[in-house]
Design a protein around this ligand. Structure first.
Ligand SMILES: Nc1ncnc2c1ncn2[C@@H]1O[C@H](COP(=O)(O)OP(=O)(O)OP(=O)(O)O)[C@@H](O)[C@H]1O
Ligand SMILES: Nc1ncnc2c1ncn2[C@@H]1O[C@H](COP(=O)(O)OP(=O)(O)OP(=O)(O)O)[C@@H](O)[C@H]1O
Ligand SMILES: [Mg+2]
Ligand SMILES: [Mg+2]
Lengths: 256, 256
């Protein structure tokens, strides 16, 4: 059975895209069939995989706007990375307004992903907002992964995010779970980092992944080379952390 | 005459809130009357000034939803910091949907700020998106300040942002200028930081502030104390950088 996870946090710059891309690449290295969906008009996940946004005609925008669009026809394949991608395009910026009067506007992505049975994992990279695009991601998913930057302001928004997830569960997607909160950009030289980790583990016991992703410049460099960390700098601290996250996820997702 | 600046970038976590708060506090130290408008449902600017979001009844949401709302009645004053604030509240998350069918939905903030003549500077902190709230911020402003994090992914979105600003100029706000791009979170130990600064100065000569804001943990700590850097750690590298930005802005804004 396909597991569909959304990477969500309305706080910006906390590591949603970095986590979706790099977790995806290590799940693929563990022989999982992985589909990445770039649901952000910024198109960062698409850029991280080296795809030129201007050349894209198909992709997430099509899936949302044309209910009969074929998933396969809107998916690109990277043999080198063993990952498939539904790319973002600049047109996605207009999708929220275009869908506003459609009755099934929250279900468009979930309908499209009903054709995703061939994949073991579908990873949806959401924009930093709680608007209609993120709502589509949450309705389409079985669970969410919440990257939490090890900084004070990232703590502020967690309550609001969890309230929103509760509302979505009640109104649209009864089974939506929290797969886990992932602490990101941990800097061992800063007291602040440890304080935030301690605070999150205190408030949300059992919900926080064991792995903590360190701040590691290789993770910030990899996007400019259009590669995930697993090929750009496989021996870096960032690579080891995301490889362990893939192991932690796989061992927790007991086979059906 | 009042100068109204919007702090905008749809890329998340680049320093919009940090810049609005800290620039505001140094403009106030230079005897300017400063009003901060928190246009982000996350309410980070409100939290940075130590205001508990749950206690807020008035604020930005009121200004947007009730066209006859009085600016003064929705403004809080911090004598200690010499700054006034229109706070965010959790209700702001619903404003975009509530305004969607209003014909003047893009002008609500601009109408409210017509009552802001007593201030020398109005600084609007925008959310990380290009939706109706940010659109209200851009329509209400004379100019934008664009924080650009010294990382590759932050470069990716600049083109899209400038296109959006051009569209806004043509359709809603003919006089909207770019006051400047501010390089943020510069880490002198990383080649990546300098590469990004060089790239931005190359593509946008004359548009980039001389001052570059360094990565400085004091800036990330200050929000948990509910104070700007000017009172939390006035001798830090982050404080000196924002103080120089205020000087650069004041010397460029020739008196009317
Ligand atoms: N562990 C890390 N160490 C160092 N840099 C990182 C790390 N994780 C992410 N980054 C960098 O930090 C920035 C923010 O990360 P990213 O873009 O993945 O966050 P995001 O939550 O997807 O942002 P947005 O809210 O804009 O979608 C990027 O420049 C990225 O390269
Ligand atoms: N120069 C700096 N040095 C160190 N930390 C910084 C600096 N500027 C901002 N920060 C921290 O980085 C994080 C992101 O900054 P901030 O929240 O101001 O960005 P933003 O663009 O307003 O984010 P959002 O897109 O979510 O609105 C915050 O935790 C902030 O405290
Ligand atoms: Mg992202
Ligand atoms: Mg902000």
């Amino acid at each position: 059975m396909t597991r569909i996870y959304a990477f969500v946090n309305q706080k910006g710059g906390v590591g949603k895209t970095t986590t979706a891309i790099n977790l995806g690449s290590y799940l693929a290295k563990n022989n999982q069939q992985v589909l990445l969906v770039d649901l952000d008009a910024q198109g960062n996940a698409t850029a991280c995989l080296g795809v030129e946004r201007q050349n894209i005609n198909a992709g997430t925008y099509n899936l949302l706007i044309s209910p009969n669009a074929r998933l396969h026809a809107n998916t690109m394949r990277s043999e080198k990375l063993g990952i498939s991608l539904v790319p973002s395009s600049p047109a996605l910026a207009g999708a929220e307004v275009e869908l506003v009067n459609e009755t099934d506007r929250t279900n468009r992505l979930s309908q499209a992903l009903s054709q995703a049975r061939r994949y073991d994992y579908v990873l949806i990279d959401c924009p930093p907002s709680l608007g209609l695009l993120t709502l589509n991601g949450l309705v389409a998913s079985q669970a969410v992964v919440i990257p939490v930057q090890c900084e004070y302001l990232a703590l502020e928004g967690l309550g609001q995010l969890l309230e929103t997830i509760n509302r979505i569960q009640a109104a649209f997607n009864f089974d939506l779970q929290i797969r886990g909160m992932l602490m990101t950009m941990y800097d061992s030289r800063l007291k602040l980092s440890q304080q935030v980790v301690d605070e999150v583990r205190l408030h949300f016991p059992d919900k926080v992944f064991q792995v903590v992703i360190p701040r590691n410049v290789r993770l910030a460099e990899a996007p400019s080379h259009g590669e995930p960390i697993s090929t750009y700098a496989p021996e870096s601290a960032g690579a080891y952390a995301y490889a362990s996250l893939a192991t932690e996820i796989l061992s927790g997702d007991t086979p059906y």
